[in-house]
Structures are given as structure tokens and as C-alpha cells.
Design a protein around this ligand. Structure first.
Ligand code: NAI
Length: 329
């Protein structure tokens, strides 16, 4: 039995290849899974997918018809897979529920610090021989209020870092983490109260039916003028046009984003010789108060090893038992 690994990249191929050695045979394609590439899975009982792959009902039908019985996701998030359809087709899906939440939490902090202390502009001015400081004033994070939406593995790692900075923490989640309340004096509150009182807001919840466009015209209008908005979770949690309007109105002073609502055809590939036909993305990335990275928050050695190890473990377990401990459907 072999597994086809879609959307393989230079950063993850050596890691996953090494960990699979002697355990399971893998074949690789750099192509993402979509309507045009689903047929490549013919002859494979399992496929391994990345966040840039698309596994909607139509594509799952093609995978099922080609004999695929197991999907190993190389991610925490599974918003790109129609789980109900997969179940209906008897295709098991497993994710990597945890792999270094620190990687993503620390990247959120990197975006926040770079924006607040104007690191990108400072570097630009430095190279221009302009040593004036007038455009580089930031604020102390100490004693500021940080609103964290989603205090799961990543959100709680972020909370602990910000607690170490001396911040007050407000949180919004459907479940409370009592350790965070005790150890970091986190105050759980409504989303509205969090929006009204936070100097910085960090999004760390999954994208699902309840969180789609959680940040929209209404929630942005509730925020303090001058808030810093960080999203390393999923683009679809934020209505990007409404965020752009909030930036232009000065409600959101700066935004640090690792994810973008319509990132799929853009991120992870070299488009240097092509035009990107996405006006909204163009407006966002050229905005002076926006810092965007291309879905790289997970990109640390520790996280890559964690993702690869669990993915291989899931596939091997499934090949022996017909199921894995991380099945999600
Ligand atoms: P987790 O499952 O440990 O935590 C998610 C938290 O969100 C939980 O506490 C949950 O109760 C909360 N939540 C769920 N629905 C909610 C709602 N409607 N309102 C408020 N809170 C809600 O997941 P983890 O590992 O912390 O990951 C969070 C998200 O981060 C993932 O779903 C994924 O989309 C994103 N992510 C981004 C990466 C990147 O490279 N940019 C890498 C890994 C994950």
C-alpha cells in the first residue's frame, strides 16, 4: 500500500521522507489537490493533504472512485475537508491535533512586535541612511489589555507569552481554561466586551460555521480606536473587506496576518512571473499598516517534525487497524 502526498514543498519533503523510511511507501506531487489533480490518486489507498489542498464533496467523490480510503491531514485545521461527505464515502480522515503550538503563538508575537515597534519601516529607513526616529514610536505592551479569541493549544501558548510581558488578558472561547484563569489571571468575557476593551486582539480559534466572519463590520465597530489586530488562525474568520475598511477608518491601527480569506491560489507558490488577480489582496498587502506573511506561522523545525511524525503514525496505524487515533470523522 502506498500514500500519495499532495502539495509537497521543499520545506517538508526531507522531513516526511526521512520519518517514513522503512515504515511506509510515499509518492510525492508538488501539485495541490483540486478538481484537476484528484485523478492522480488512482491506485493509492491513502493521500496526505496540506492546508492548501481542496477536499470538497466533488473532489472526495473522485478520490473515493479511485479507491482512496484514508486521508491523512498534515495540519491541525480541517476546514478544507468536507468531513460529512468523507464519512458518507467511508473515507476516514485524520488530522495532526497538536504539534508545537509555540510555533504559531510565537509567530503571532513576532507580527505584533514587528508592527508595534515598526521593525519593517525601521529597516527600510536604516538602508536609506535616514536615522530619524519620528515615524518609529511604538507603545509598551506592559499593562496593556490583550484579547485572545480561542484559548486552545495555540491561544493558551500565546496567553502565557503575553502574561510574561505583563499584559492583562481578556479571552473569548466556548470553553474556559481554568489553568489560564489561575496562572495568568485570564478573564473570560463576551466577544463584544473583549472587542471594546482590548488594545491588541489575537485570533486563535478554528474556522467553522460559528466562527466564519466572526470579525466583521459590527465587531470591528465595537473595537477601541487604534487596536492592533493579529490573525494567525484562518482567513475566513475575518471579513477582509470589513478589516480593510476598519484600517482605513483608523479603528484598526495595524493588522498582522498570516492567513488570508482567499489565500489558496496565492500562498505557497512562486508567482514572481505572473500577475496576482486579486484586488482585495493587493489592497491589503500594499496597505502601510498591514504586515502579511504567507501562512508560515507553523514553519519551525520542531513543528515540521511534529507534523511529519504524526502524519506517518496516523497512516501506519490506519494501514494496520483500519483506523488511527487521530481520526476526526
Ligand atoms: P485547539 O482546538 O487546541 O483550540 C481552538 C480553541 O478555539 C478551543 O479552545 C475551542 O474551544 C475554541 N473555539 C472553538 N470554536 C469557537 C468559537 N465559536 N468561538 C470561540 N472559540 C472557539 O486548536 P489550536 O491547535 O489552538 O489551533 C487553532 C487554529 O489555529 C486551528 O484551527 C488552525 O485553523 C490555526 N492554525 C494556524 C496555523 C498557521 O500556520 N497559521 C498552524 C496551525 C493551526
Amino acid at each position: 500500500m502506498k500514500t500519495l502526498v499532495y502539495s509537497i514543498h521543499g520545506f517538508d519533503k526531507p522531513v516526511i521522507e526521512k520519518l517514513a523510511q522503512g515504515k511506509h511507501e510515499l509518492m510525492f506531487t508538488e501539485l495541490p489537490l483540486n478538481e484537476n489533480t484528484a485523478h492522480l490518486a488512482k491506485g493509492f489507498e491513502a493521500v496526505a493533504l496540506f492546508t492548501s489542498d481542496k477536499a470538497n464533496a466533488e473532489i472526495l467523490d473522485v478520490l473515493g472512485n479511485n479507491g482512496v480510503k484514508f486521508i491523512a491531514l498534515r495540519s491541525v485545521g480541517y476546514d478544507h475537508v468536507d468531513l460529512a461527505k468523507a464519512k458518507q464515502l467511508n473515507i476516514k480522515v485524520a488530522n495532526v491535533p497538536a504539534y508545537s503550538p509555540y510555533a504559531i503563538a510565537e509567530h503571532s508575537v513576532a507580527l505584533l512586535m514587528a508592527l508595534n515597534r515598526k521593525i519593517i519601516l525601521a529597516q527600510k529607513l536604516m538602508r536609506q541612511n535616514d536615522f530619524r526616529l519620528d515615524k518609529l514610536v511604538g507603545f509598551d505592551l506592559h499593562n496593556k489589555t490583550i484579547g485572545v479569541v480561542g484559548t486552545g493549544k495555540i491561544g493558551s501558548a500565546f496567553v502565557r507569552i503575553m502574561h510574561g510581558f505583563g499584559c492583562e488578558i481578556l479571552a473569548y472561547d466556548i470553553e474556559q481554561d481554568h489553568e489560564l484563569i489561575e496562572q495568568c489571571k485570564v478573564q473570560y468575557t463576551s466577544l463584544e466586551t473583549l472587542c471594546k476593551n482590548s488594545d491588541v486582539i489575537s485570533v486563535n480559534c478554528p474556522l467553522n460555521q460559528d466562527t466564519k466572519y466572526m470579525f466583521n463590520k459590527t465587531t470591528f465597530s465595537q473595537m477601541k480606536n487604534g487596536v492592533v489586530f493579529i490573525n494567525t488562525a484562518r482567513g475566513g474568520i475575518v471579513n477582509t473587506q470589513d478589516l480593510l475598511d476598519a484600517l482605513n477608518q483608523g479603528i484598526v491601527a495595524t493588522a498582522g496576518l498570516d492567513v488570508y480569506e482567499y489565500e489558496k491560489p496565492i500562498f505557497f507558490y512562486d508567482h514572481s512571473n505572473t500577475q496576482i488577480e486579486d484586488e482585495l489582496f493587493e489592497k491589503m498587502r500594499s496597505h502601510p499598516n498591514v504586515l502579511i506573511t504567507g501562512h508560515q506561522a507553523f514553519l519551525t523545525h520542531e513543528a515540521l517534525e511534529g507534523i511529519a511524525a504524526t502524519t506517518i503514525k496516523n497512516i501506519v496505524e490506519w494501514s494496520i487497524n483500519g483506523k488511527s487515533i487521530n481520526d476526526i470523522n
